[in-house]
Write a protein that binds this ligand. Structure first.
Ligand SMILES: O=C([O-])CC(=O)C(=O)O
Length: 166
C-alpha cells in the first residue's frame, strides 16, 4: 500500500506534533518484509510472551490495517513468525509493528507485509491466550490507541489521531 512519507508528514504538521495529535515513535525498530512503507488504522493488542491473541487478530480481515503488538519489549521469545506474517498477507493486513521480537526472518523478508520489531529471537512464545485486545498500548515511547492512524517508512514510524493527507 502506498503511504505518505513520514518526514513530509512531520514537516507539514508542526501543530499536531506540538499538541500530541501526531507522535513519533522512538527509532528502535528493525525493518523486515518487502514493504518499505505502509500505513493504516492501528489495531492494538497487549500481550506478554504469548501470541494467541496476535494470531486471533491476524485471522480476521486486515482491510489495510496495521497490527500493533505491545509485547512489553520482551527479549525472551518471538511473538510473530513466518506463518503469522503469511497469514497477515493473505488476510490483507498492511503491516505489523511489534514491541518485542519476531522469528523466521528469512521467510518474513519474502512477504509483502511490512514488519517492524525490536529484534529477532529463535524461540516461539507461550500459547495460553493471555493479554488484551484493542487497549491503549505504550510502544516506542508513545501511547497508541486502537483506531489511530500509523504511518511507517524507512525514516520512521508515526501515529496520528486522524487520517492524514498532504
Ligand atoms: O506460531 C508462532 O508462535 C509464531 C511462528 O513461529 C510463526 O508465525 O510462524
Amino acid at each position: 500500500m502506498d503511504s505518505l512519507p513520514t518526514a513530509e508528514i512531520c514537516d507539514t504538521n508542526a501543530t499536531h506534533l506540538t499538541n500530541g495529535d501526531l507522535r513519533i515513535l522512538h527509532p528502535v525498530f528493525q525493518k523486515y518484509g518487502q514493504s518499505q512503507a505502509f500505513s493504516g488504522p492501528a489495531v492494538t493488542v497487549k500481550v506478554f510472551e504469548d501470541n494467541v491473541l496476535v494470531r486471533e487478530l491476524l485471522e480476521t480481515k486486515g482491510e489495510g490495517r496495521v497490527l500493533v503488538v505491545d509485547g512489553g519489549g520482551s527479549m525472551r521469545c518471538a511473538l510473530v513468525g513466518g506463518n503469522l506474517v503469511q497469514l497477515a498477507q493473505n488476510k490483507g493486513w498492511s503491516g505489523i509493528v511489534v514491541n518485542g521480537c519476531i522469528r523466521d526472518v528469512d521467510e518474513i523478508n519474502l512477504c509483502q507485509v511490512g514488519v517492524r520489531a525490536l529484534a529477532s529471537h529463535p524461540l516461539k512464545s507461550n500459547k495460553n491466550g493471555t493479554g488484551e485486545k484493542h487497549v491503549a498500548v505504550y510502544v516506542g515511547g508513545t501511547f497508541i490507541r486502537d483506531g489511530e492512524w500509523l504511518y511507517a517508512d524507512n525514516d520512521g514510524i508515526i501515529v496520528s489521531k486522524f487520517e492524514l493527507s498532504i
